[in-house]
Design a protein. Structure first.
Lengths: 245, 274, 245, 274, 274, 245
């Protein structure tokens, strides 16, 4: 039984058009103890981001004299995946923690907080395709919620390839049965790429198209990030984590 | 596991203040000594899991997810399915939680929650056998602690129980010696609803459902789990303080009484009527 | 082949009455290097307890300014169980180490030894039911042997349930085939419970009875602890570890 | 993973000096911005391995050894052989390398090299099956890094690719349900030659094949892997700097161009003509 | 692994004093240079084990327990049972022992004891096969070190040998492809009694059976194991000192001579007459 | 199919006589970053030794006030063995690291470098019988290349027993199918043994003969070590690592 990834009307297995984002929901300030936090649903992804800091560094010799140390931990709950995941961090989680940190770092004004640490913790409660992009989007909002100085939000979205067609924002099914995934993060007001990864074969033309799709997706995520922050700080409505369906 | 960092002098002052207040039957947050904070139970929040629940007690927030997979039985219990309870104090839950393997406090927590469920015989593991001695169902209950404000033992326990009460799992069949999933989804074979009740001793006073602030100054902790028939099926005293003989026995009465109240909340939230 | 846990005469599989303790033997001062030590045989349990301290704390920041840190390690030798046990500490051993430490701590005058550590090491050479209670009894004697100030000895004994009957002091067979085990430790001169655990279903009435049985067992263990210390410090006889059978 | 220990002031001075030079199109070692250092590829240096290669780029020295063993396929890909890439930064490779399990930098390195090979579909894993769902060939590519002077991503990648191109493995057959080695030795079923090209951004300049000194001051790193047809098949941006959109797109052109040159070196060194 | 913490000055003074005394043929505890302390061997002290022994040499106390279980043979020795020797320096054995995985000293200890037994061919592992290539007996010899006062190599070795000499294990049979225990209990198939003898070089003197105090200042250690026929079957030099060629050769003579004495003690204690 | 370890002409499976060494090749200074390095081929062994130091000790409390700490790590690459080796250090590698360190230590003038560390790293790229002896020979040369003061080179070679005959320098086949292996290291100008191990049954006579064979092999290795150092410091020829066959 194979999934029809793209039907004759140009629609994807979940009814989306090639350049359409999955439903995204962002809530700000969902955890009491953290200095800042955000909850994101990005398709079936359900992810919490929490920020602690700026705070003292332990052990002390890890502190930097002129700026803050940004640390990041991306972790999946054992129940987040189709088959139970071992709770110990996998090599994949370690790599993703690293690239997320490097994606956020250009936007954070680390020199405003010398000799401190800023910790970004990500917990994937339910995973779907694109969890690293969703994590970056949530982290960025959580950093803002923690009042950390930033020169821009970092927004993120992947493009990919299914049925030899470049599309926006792969879900789990498309990631698995498709033939390419290209997560991208950027600072929208500086037009700078802060995360880029690619798996899968793209021709020169497809690469350019995927790049353009991903930038476009990033911009839409950016709007949603801003709206979530506005709602918390200027709007109404209580944060909750209920299933959006 | 405390979210309130202990400072010698401050701790002592806070403790004295609290003991004085408790002697008058009052708590910092206005509750009565034997009152729980608001308990919120939501199920089905992780559709990828066989069962899931988020439980909030005050500001303590916990998510439990149950996965039912297939596995090999232990050699000495070839006719029983498996239950594995695991908890993780996520570093995002408090400024004092650290990434890394669970420390002794979290190991104790997971084992006490596990025993409450196991010893109550909540799950009829004899019904979780696909082929005796070869293949059984393995019920993994994993807990992610999202925010800590005291009483992790009860919060975690209720989350696991609610996730189990609401779980549906895929049945497998053996075809030519190989496992094959069927279309059938079933509820777990359940027999009772174990409910833990945790009391803390602070000075000479006994309170239920301690906050993080109260745990930081408590002398000792007692968790007693009762089943639907009011029997006590698991217990654990913790922390380096003591209980008098009378406190132990009246703790048993408290656990039965409060347990029944909370059992009703669990039934309501999960729709479980068994 | 099932064991008859309780026969028509009210006797247990090893011939004991319901309220009868297994044979207990305690020897004080069995290890040369330790500051204090004790060897206990409790039924088939064979356990050594050793105390090192008060001593310097490493690393230093773990020291407490106003009192000693009490540390405890309960460990089973690989040959101590029916099937070989992996020598790495199991989750069970970690939990038992914690509850034993918390059972001993109320009796030890830690404020007499600020900025130091007191280590209690337990090695289970052969295990039987009730090894944590036996360990507490031995630890308490070893602490006394090390000259550590205490306000009371801590004594310990379990009650349990077999064949729907509350009994004292389960052995391995009863623990496995019975339906409840309730280890208890207390300070006899203060009538305070310092350890309590329960596995298995007890009615309200059974709970009270088990509690009363366990207290009674504790008191008998307390007598044996005192006798062992008397023998070492005021009596005669050389310590040995030979099989008592 | 850098062999140049960072000192705040010195680092800043060196960085300024380097940026000034690069603005004039020059590098510290006299190379052009898009020139690689000398690349030396030797194969067959570990006869006990199924395939092996030593690759030297400047003073960076890496040995890859390929072992083809038999194993069990993953449950979700019963009709595919296995590829496992592992790298170790040996403590003898630099004064800053430490013994112990790989850190995040080495894990990233191994995973990026792995993806370059996996995603290019270099190895036809469907031909590495002995009995579907039961026994397949497992291709282990292990890398020992002997000396570091920058651009470990490319050096490691070329070493693994060259080792795979030159590998011969023993065929097994199933006899009465048991695996038995045969006398036949075969080359791996290969389809393309993936080549990674790593560029570094330092100030506003882009260079390929950064040295350790350049990596110590670079803003960001981009590794793009192309296949024999000039398609891009894997990519990874690293380090906490950024690339402009144009830099990304022209990086793709660079990787195609330089990739083709290096692909020819790999063919020459291994005699692979496929 | 030493129970005497080294202080630079004190160590030097003690060493000088000891060397002076040894030059006169005397030791701190009055022994002759080639005398062992009192050796006490007790067997059967852990009835749950297949075999067990407690050996005391001076104040060094060690317990060895042997468990004979069933297992899978190594692929390259399908016709041989398994022997696994493991030692743990318990934290209760000395103020300087730490909990945690064994350090290099304890690993060396376990491996040297293992080789003494393995290389002497004490156990006829070819008789420990239940079904060739599938099921064999696995002999686990675990050692818990209870108190240290030097010469752990010999104490541990004698404890393992005595436990093996006195072991009885349950025979298994294969019924319908499954293992089933029988009622039969048998002694292990033994062929010889390996005995290790450890000498220490302190200054120019050679002593056997060093105490902790002597080990703290010794230059080098030599452990030689002989079998019942007086052949040398295993050896290990340790510590960062040296032996002259003559010392090596006369060490071999010493090990044969002392080994025979101790072999008689082992026979007496275990009743083994083979 | 069994290998004939010793044929009627007294030749071994690879054509060597009983007292003949395998081909040995030593190159000095093969790694750029290390302070000293050497590459050895000893039969099919291919091993790199690198020396870093004298250097600062971390953590500081591990430093010795009056001399250098010598540290050693013997490690096998996963592809170095017939079957892939797990890259994590095995118990065997930990023991060999220890005995190699103890074999080198008597020759190094550690008191010339107080409060420092000297690290010797060994990587076995391809293993054959006698890898520890080859490692010692290479380490000793690498220490000299690093300019570390030594009172002698340490040379090493094993003797062993095949077909009840004592022979020099076992290779992998002989180690596996033979019946005894006795690695030995010594300081040739002091006639002192610095490493000695023995596996396998030797009669009194065989032990003496093996000892004498090994000493003789050591002396030949010593010549090769000296030649390699001479070539680097006084001769010509570029270091390389090509297969010598």
């Amino acid at each position: 039984m194979t999934t029809v990834l793209l039907d004759d009307r140009g629609l994807r297995h979940d009814g989306r058009r090639v350049d359409e984002l999955r439903p995204v929901k962002i809530e700000v300030g969902v955890l009491k103890n953290a200095n800042g936090s955000a909850y994101i649903e990005f398709g079936k992804n359900k992810i919490i981001a929490a920020v602690y800091g700026p705070k003292e560094v332990h052990p002390k010799h890890m502190a930097l004299p002129d700026r803050a140390v940004l640390r990041c931990r991306y972790h999946m709950s054992p129940f987040s995946t189709d088959t139970r995941k071992n709770p110990a961090p996998s090599r994949r989680e370690i790599e993703i923690s690293k690239v997320i940190r490097e994606a956020l770092e250009p936007a954070v004004l680390l020199y405003d907080y010398p000799r401190t640490a800023i910790d970004v913790f990500l917990e994937v409660l339910q995973s779907d395709g694109g969890s690293r992009c969703a994590s970056i989007a949530a982290s960025s909002v959580a950093l803002a919620d923690a009042g950390i100085n930033m020169k821009d939000l970092v927004c993120a979205c992947a493009a990919g390839k299914i049925a030899d067609q470049v599309v926006l924002d792969l879900d789990d099914v498309e990631d698995k049965e498709g033939s390419g995934d290209m997560p991208l993060a950027m600072m929208p007001n500086f037009e700078q790429v802060t995360l880029f990864q690619l798996d899968g074969i793209l021709s020169s033309q497809q690469f350019k198209q995927a790049f353009s799709f991903a930038l476009d997706g990033c911009k839409r995520v950016y709007q949603l990030q801003k709206e979530a922050l506005m709602k918390k700080y200027f709007g109404q409505g209580e944060p909750s984590m209920e299933e959006s369906e | 596991m405390s979210a309130v960092k202990k400072s010698l002098v401050v701790e002592q002052l806070r403790r004295n203040q609290m003991i004085e207040l408790l002697a008058q039957g009052k708590r910092m947050d206005g509750r009565g000594l034997l009152d729980y904070r608001a308990i919120k139970i939501e199920t089905g929040i992780i559709p990828k899991a066989s069962g899931s629940a988020k439980v909030t007690i005050g500001d303590t927030q916990v998510i439990a997810g149950v996965k039912v997979e297939t596995g090999t039985p232990f050699p000495d219990t070839p006719d029983q399915g498996l239950l594995i309870v695991n908890a993780e104090l996520l570093p995002l839950s408090s400024p004092y939680a650290e990434p890394g393997p669970p420390d002794e406090g979290v190991i104790e927590l997971a084992r006490v929650v596990d025993r409450g469920i196991r010893e109550s015989q909540m799950i009829d593991v004899s019904q979780l056998v696909i082929k005796e001695g070869e293949k059984v169902y393995a019920v993994f209950a994993d807990v992610s602690i999202l925010n800590t404000d005291g009483n992790l033992f009860d919060t975690t326990s209720y989350a696991v129980v609610a996730a189990l009460l609401s779980a549906k799992y895929t049945k497998y069949e053996m075809v030519d010696g190989k496992l094959r999933p069927t279309e059938v989804k079933e509820a777990l074979p359940l027999r009772t609803i174990p409910v833990s009740v945790t009391i803390a001793k602070i000075g000479d006073s006994i309170v239920v459902d301690p906050t993080d602030e109260e745990e930081a100054v408590m002398d000792a902790r007692l968790t007693l789990t009762t089943d639907s028939n009011g029997n006590i099926c698991a217990g654990q005293k913790g922390e380096p303080g003591t209980f008098s003989f009378d406190q132990m026995l009246s703790g048993a009465d408290t656990s039965r009484m409060k347990g029944q109240e909370i059992r009703n909340l669990l039934k309501e939230a999960t729709g479980y009527t068994g």
